[in-house]
Design a binder for this molecule. Structure first.
Ligand code: NAI
Length: 286
C-alpha cells in the first residue's frame, strides 16, 4: 500500500486542524474528526480562514483554494474512516485515551491502512500494542504550526515495518517536510531536548531568577532562538508541555524531568497558553 490518497485526521485542535489543512492543500482527501462539536466547528473556521488567506496572498489560486476546501470533510463519526489510507491522530496527549482510539481505529479502518500518531512523547510501541497491526503503527510528529514548520519527526515502534516507514516518510516529503527518524524512547529527539529547557525556564521564573520577559529575551538574543522558552511553551500549550514532561519523567526515570510546580499551577488554573488567551503571557482571544 504505497499510494496515499485519503487521510483521516483525529483531533481538530491546534495540530489536527493544521495537519488536515496541509494534507488537503497537497491534494489529499481529508476526513477530520473531533469528538467535540465546538472544536470541529472551530477547526472548520480556522482552515477556511487560512485557505482564504493563502488565496488573498496569491499563494493559492481561487480554483485551487476551492478544490482544497472541496477535499475536506468534517465528521464526528469514526465509521467515516473506513476507506482512508492513513490516519494521523492528534488528540489529547494521554496514553490511555490514545490506546482506546487506536483499538477502535484498528476495528474500523481497512486492513492496509497505516495508523500514525502525532504524539509528542508517548511510546509508539505501547500504542501499537493496542492494535492487531503493530507493523502499520508509527509516530508522525509534526511541529507547530504544521503548515509552516519544516520538520516531521518519524518514530518507529519496535514492530514498525520498513514499508510503513517508507510510505510515511514519502508522505511527509510530499508535504514539503524534512524528515528525521527517532527510536521509540520518551520524548523522541525534539521534546527530549526542548522540554527540559522549557521546564528550566519555568524554574527560573518560579525561583525568582528573573522576570518572564528577561528569561525570554535572554534566550532569544543570547542563543539566537526565534522565541523565548516561556513564549514557546504558551504556543505549544502549557497542558501539552506538562503532559510531555510527565511522560519524560515516568519513562526516563530521572528527577531532572519533574515538572516545575509553577507550570503545574498554571495548568490547574486553566492558564493553558495562547489557545486559551492566557498562559505565561496574555493574548487576544482567537
Ligand atoms: P489541542 O488540545 O489543541 O487539540 C486536541 C483536540 O483533540 C481537541 O479538539 C479535542 O476535542 C480532541 N479530542 C480529544 N480527545 C479526543 C478523542 N478521543 N477523539 C476525538 N477527538 C478528541 O491539542 P494539540 O496541541 O493539537 O495536540 C494534539 C496532539 O499533538 C498531542 O498528542 C500533542 O502532544 C501533539 N503535539 C502538539 C504540539 C503542540 O505544539 N501543541 C506539537 C506537536 C505535537
Amino acid at each position: 500500500m504505497d499510494d496515499i490518497e485519503c487521510v483521516g485526521v483525529v483531533g481538530g485542535g491546534q495540530m489536527g486542524s493544521g495537519i488536515a489543512q496541509l494534507a488537503a492543500v497537497h491534494g489529499l482527501h481529508v476526513w477530520l474528526l473531533d469528538s467535540h462539536p465546538q472544536a470541529l466547528q472551530k477547526a472548520r473556521d480556522f482552515i477556511s480562514t487560512n485557505i482564504h488567506r493563502l488565496i488573498s496572498k496569491n499563494h493559492l489560486s481561487q480554483a485551487k483554494g476551492d478544490e482544497t476546501i472541496g477535499r475536506l470533510h468534517f465528521t464526528s463519526k469514526l465509521e467515516d474512516f473506513h476507506s482512508v489510507d492513513i490516519v494521523i491522530e492528534a488528540i489529547v496527549e494521554s496514553e490511555d485515551v490514545k490506546k482506546k482510539l487506536f483499538a477502535s481505529l484498528d476495528g474500523i479502518t481497512k486492513a492496509s491502512a497505516i495508523l500514525a500518531s502525532n504524539t509528542s512523547s508517548i511510546s509508539i510501541t505501547r500504542i501499537a500494542a493496542a492494535t492487531n497491526r503493530p507493523p502499520q503503527v508509527i509516530g508522525m510528529h509534526f511541529m507547530n504550526p504544521p503548515p509552516i514548520m519544516k520538520l516531521v519527526e518519524i518514530v518507529r515502534g519496535a514492530d514498525t515495518s520498513d514499508n510503513t516507514f517508507n510510505v510515511t516518510k514519502q508522505l511527509a516529503e510530499r508535504f514539503g517536510k524534512t524528515v528525521i527518524c527517532s527510536q521509540d524512547f520518551s520524548g523522541f529527539i525534539v521534546n527530549r531536548i526542548l522540554m527540559p529547557m522549557i521546564n528550566e525556564a519555568f524554574y527560573a521564573l518560579y525561583t525568582g531568577v528573573a522576570t518572564k520577559e528577561d528569561i525570554d529575551t535572554g534566550m532569544k538574543l543570547g542563543t539566537n532562538h526565534p522565541m523565548g522558552p516561556l513564549q514557546l511553551a504558551d504556543f505549544i500549550g502549557l497542558d501539552v508541555c506538562l503532559s510531555i514532561l510527565k511522560v519524560l519523567h515516568a519513562g526516563l526515570g530521572d528527577n531532572k524531568y519533574a515538572p516545575c510546580p509553577l507550570l503545574m499551577q498554571y495548568v490547574d488554573a486553566g492558564r493553558l497558553g495562547k489557545k486559551r488567551g492566557l498562559g505565561v503571557y496574555s493574548y487576544p482571544r482567537l
